[in-house]
Write a protein that binds this ligand. Structure first.
Ligand SMILES: *Cc1c(COP(=O)(O)O)cnc(C)c1O
Length: 344
């Protein structure tokens, strides 16, 4: 176990292939009225929703490293498959357009498959879009990959291919955040992040490599076993460390994440996320999204209520984006406005 400084981490990052997609650094902003409304800690928001391209979000930063692998391998089609309102599908389609590559999106006929939000934007970016019934999605992906190969294409699936490099982008993101905190003369007690996997693991690898004791608290957007997730995330973190040739030790304790704020399931709005969205919008003029950052803020709010964090603490909330999905969730945000009754 070795402790590194920021310039050493940056040196190792600089040896990897990288695209320039995001507008960096993203801002780090105080949210004083939100802190006051929650009666809790100083809250600083790291605006990864403002990565610039295509309405932003964390994948734009991640793709600088992961899709660089696709370019190296001379892939010519970017494929992505997830929910109809997937942010990553929108970001895949946008980055493909920017790189002059083809994009293929295999979504699904779920309850948010209307031509709105992310799905609308994926069309605008010129993606080839297929929305099979839910139970045929996996087979459709396989058949699509085969068809592309038969056509002589080299497809790159942005979910799985180059995935170990997505977290690498957040080793870099952590260095950026660290510099910003230094210049504000602030030491956080914890960083809250929506924990799919990669943003979380990248932040943790960087924090441990720099020898910082800050907690990185993940809130999961989907149902899962917290202990199992931590074990898988340790393995992912180890792969990041190997790519960067870092001698760091990451344990399951470093990768705490909580699935208890998901509610009924992935992509289903909860009372907590409705409340988080409204409080944040109405105190700071800041948008969260219903599936990821909203539930993460709901988790932070619950932890403040439980007394984990008080006025003596400082929390960084890393906003991973996702706000385009808001438009597809218009009538599920818990807003009591008669105007919404007229919408179908
Ligand atoms: C994809 C996504 C996440 C999870 O991202 P990881 O790559 O797993 O870190 C979190 N928030 C939003 C808004 C997303 O689109």
């Amino acid at each position: 176990m070795t402790t590194y400084d920021v310039s050493e981490l940056r040196q190792r990052l600089a040896s990897l292939p990288r695209l320039s997609l995001a507008t960096l650094p993203t801002p780090l902003q105080e949210a004083p009225r939100l802190s006051e409304a929650l009666g809790g800690p100083l809250i600083l928001i790291k605006r990864e929703d403002l990565t610039g391209m295509a309405m932003g979000g964390n994948k734009i930063r991640e793709f600088e490293y992961s899709i660089a692998q696709a370019v190296e391998a001379k892939c010519d089609v970017l494929l992505h498959s997830a929910a109809a309102q997937s942010n990553q599908s929108r970001q895949t389609a946008a980055v493909a357009a920017r790189l002059g590559l083809r994009s293929v999106i295999v979504g699904r006929q779920d309850s948010h498959a209307q031509l709105q939000g992310n799905l609308l934007l994926s069309h605008l970016f010129g993606a080839e879009i297929n929305l099979p019934p839910m139970n045929e999605q996996g087979d459709t992906v396989k058949a699509t990959m085969q068809r592309l190969r038969d056509e002589g294409c080299r497809p790159f699936n942005t979910s799985s291919d180059g995935a170990d490099y997505r977290g690498i982008a957040y080793v870099d993101g952590f260095c950026e955040l660290y510099d910003q905190l230094q210049s504000m003369d602030v030491t956080p007690d914890a960083i809250y992040v929506c924990s799919g996997a990669h943003t979380h693991t990248g932040l943790v690898v960087a924090a441990r490599a720099l020898g910082l004791p800050w907690r990185v608290v993940g809130v999961s957007p989907s149902q899962r076993d917290d202990e199992k997730a931590a074990k898988q995330h340790v393995e992912l973190a180890e792969r990041h460390a190997r790519i960067l040739d870092l001698d760091v030790e990451v344990t399951t304790k470093d990768l705490e994440s909580y699935a208890e704020f998901v509610g009924e399931g992935y992509g289903i709005v909860t009372e907590g996320s409705q409340q988080a969205l409204q409080v944040t919008a109405q105190t700071e003029g800041l948008l969260l999204d219903p599936c990821y950052s909203g539930k993460t803020m709901a988790g932070l709010m619950a932890h403040i209520d439980r007394g984990w964090w008080t006025k003596d603490h400082t929390i960084v909330f890393l906003h991973t984006g996702g706000t385009p999905a808001l438009f597809a969730y218009a009538d599920e945000l818990g807003l009591e406005t008669p105007a919404l009754d007229g919408l179908d």
